[in-house]
Design a protein around this ligand. Structure first.
Ligand SMILES: Nc1ncnc2c1ncn2[C@@H]1O[C@H](COP(=O)(O)OP(=O)(O)OP(=O)(O)O)[C@@H](O)[C@H]1O
Ligand SMILES: [Mg+2]
Length: 212
């Protein structure tokens, strides 16, 4: 199974983005399992409301890297696991465990220098890199920043992108706007990712060769 770990230093939109990203992958014909690696259990409650066409397993444990490979149902070995990781400022143990397995780490980041500071203070990039010796190939996972909850018509988005790229981050071209459609994601809400920015994100991931 190919694991995408949605991480962030603090609350930024990870669960919302995990829900939409996993629907977008499913709608594009991928076999998807969601993994809820946050004690708040929001992602699994959203799925339990019954509208999701795939399962979300609870896995908020710092033994994620040991337990989850045993939880993958037959037929899903070539699927994609979308992991909603509890925010790293308070969930370092779970985060480090997920990052031991992750094939792609997505840093969910609102495009404000305030959020950039929180990301650097953790420090998030180093946290991801420090998991390398614990991984089978001793390399950190591919790591990309997803700018999300972005207000429209604000110059700061361009400035944040330029800053991040100068600092050596990979930044997705696709940006998740701050809109009511995504804000309203909750238990029982209906998600149609086709035509949404998350469908574009899957296209970008494929074009960049980030997905298997
Ligand atoms: N693209 C968006 N546009 C508007 N509102 C959004 C968007 N994404 C998330 N939100 C809102 O921002 C808040 C935080 O989102 P979410 O719960 O997904 O973040 P999180 O990173 O999972 O937080 P936590 O770490 O606390 O679990 C929620 O109120 C959500 O509705
Ligand atoms: Mg969350």
């Amino acid at each position: 199974m190919f694991f995408i770990a949605n991480v962030s230093p603090r609350s930024t939109g990870k669960t919302t983005n995990s829900a939409w990203m996993s629907h977008a992958l499913h709608e594009r014909g991928r076999k998807v399992i969601g993994f809820d690696a946050d004690d708040s259990r929001q992602f699994s409650r959203w799925q339990a409301a019954g509208t999701y066409p795939f399962v979300v397993q609870q896995a908020a444990t710092s033994a994620f890297h040991m337990n989850v490979p045993q939880m993958i149902p037959a037929g899903f070995e070539d699927g994609i696991g979308v992991v909603d990781v509890g925010h790293l400022e308070d969930h370092k143990g779970v985060g480090a465990s997920v990052l031991r397995l992750a094939d792609l780490a997505v840093i969910n980041l609102p495009p404000s220098m305030n959020d950039v500071e929180r990301m650097e203070e953790l420090p998030t990039k180093e946290f991801i890199q420090d998991t390398a010796p614990l991984r089978p190939d001793s390399q950190p996972p591919a790591t990309w920043v997803l700018l999300c909850k972005a207000p429209t018509g604000v110059n700061e988005i361009k400035q944040v992108r330029e800053y991040l790229e100068d600092e050596g981050y990979n930044v997705f071209t696709t940006v998740v706007p701050s809109v009511v459609k995504y804000m309203r994601t909750h238990e029982g809400s209906d998600i149609q990712a086709k035509g949404s920015v998350f469908d574009e994100l899957v296209t970008e991931m494929e074009e960049r060769g980030l997905l298997p």
